[in-house]
Ligand binder design. Structure first.
Ligand SMILES: [Zn+2]
Length: 81
């Protein structure tokens, strides 16, 4: 079992160059360090895996809140999910 399953996938990360919260392509991994490529400006970044996980969690939480508030605004009727 290796880390190759992460290669080619994208993770949301905040690019230090273009300041965008944008999907970054995982180009490589060494131990706990990911080599990411910004999908916006193409800049490479080295990010620790735990930092990336935290960012992903934060992002998903924020996304859930945004989607939740949208649903509340748009739907008067409740849809069981
Ligand atoms: Zn960038």
């Amino acid at each position: 079992m290796g880390y190759d399953q992460n290669l080619g996938k994208t993770k949301i990360y905040s690019c230090p160059i273009c300041q965008a919260d944008t999907p970054h392509l995982i180009k490589g991994q060494k131990g706990e360090t990911f080599a990411l490529l910004c999908g916006n400006c193409g800049t490479g970044s080295l990010v620790q895996s735990d930092e990336l996980s935290l960012y992903q969690l934060h992002w998903e939480e924020e996304l859930r809140q945004i989607l939740g508030s949208l649903e509340q605004g748009l739907d008067d009727e409740r849809h069981p999910d």
